[in-house]
Design a protein around this ligand. Structure first.
Ligand code: ATP
Length: 247
């Protein structure tokens, strides 16, 4: 199998704060990997480093062998940021947001052609948002907003998808819809890294999982990660004990 995401010994500081400490992670094409770690463990920073949005102090990142900047330019990678990182007041419709995924396909004029409009309509259909196409993006519910960003990645035909807590503030039905969509995309060959606090859903969602605490503590099966002794490493004993009692 060939490697899609390759993170080698990446260290990131924000001033004095150490967010990532020689984090290393390699993900093969077509796999869904769950990223698990407590608040502040560096998950968002890892996504930003993979996207090239923060510059590591040390270490390297490649996506399909290319630098993050090159991967972004060629459109192979798409990112669903945490809701807090998005300006929801921006005067863009849902359709406009999804159309952003087509920029790399449009040529220098940036004028949508028939194929772009078709790709956007299909992506909106796939995430069940067709009827909200003309609504301002901030006027969607939390789950719908996440689905709009997933649709952007689908329209883009990205082969690597990074999703930062797509299930936060999302009801169970929307979570199930997004999970099913991610599994379909992975079956079609996409590589997916997804952070989640929903540990119970992990085995259904992901092929593999990573425990992060500024560095990668463990990369194994979801069940490996859910072992109480491993959760204790990443979260402390409390959650490990609770996980044992409520499997
Ligand atoms: N822009 C920033 N400036 C300063 N410190 C930051 C910044 N962004 C993140 N940090 C710090 O870096 C560390 C890692 O943060 P990060 O957001 O990557 O964690 P996370 O695992 O995504 O957390 P959460 O689960 O709460 O979203 C934390 O200590 C955080 O306070």
């Amino acid at each position: 199998m060939s490697v899609a995401i390759d993170v080698k010994a990446v260290t990131v500081h924000y001033g004095d704060v150490l967010a990532l400490d020689q984090a290393t992670l390699s993900l093969d094409k077509g796999r869904i990997c769950g990223l698990v770690g407590m608040n502040g463990s560096g998950k968002s920073t890892l996504f930003k480093a993979i996207m090239g949005l923060v510059k590591p102090d040390a270490g390297t990142v490649t996506i399909d062998g290319a630098t993050p900047a090159k991967a972004r330019r060629s459109g192979v990678v798409s990112y669903v940021p945490q809701s807090e990182d998005v300006d929801w007041q921006f005067p863009l419709s849902v359709q406009d947001v999804v159309m952003m995924g087509r920029y790399g396909h449009m040529g220098p004029s940036r004028r949508p052609r028939k194929a772009d409009k078709l790709a956007v309509a299909e992506a909106l259909d796939r995430v069940e948002l067709a009827k909200y196409a003309h609504r301002q993006i901030g006027q969607l519910s939390g789950g719908q907003k996440k689905r709009a960003f997933v649709a952007r990645g689908i329209a883009q035909e990205a082969t690597t998808l990074l999703l930062d807590e797509p299930f936060a503030g999302v009801d169970k039905r929307s979570e199930a819809t997004i999970c099913e969509l991610l599994r379909e995309l992975a079956r079609d060959g996409a590589t997916i890294l997804v952070s989640t606090h929903d540990l119970h859903a992990l085995p259904d969602l992901a092929d593999e999982a990573v425990l992060l605490m500024h560095r990668v503590l463990l990369h194994g099966t979801p069940n490996d990660v859910l072992q109480p002794e491993n959760l204790a490493l990443a979260f402390g004993l409390d959650i490990a004990t609770r996980s044992e009692s409520t499997p």
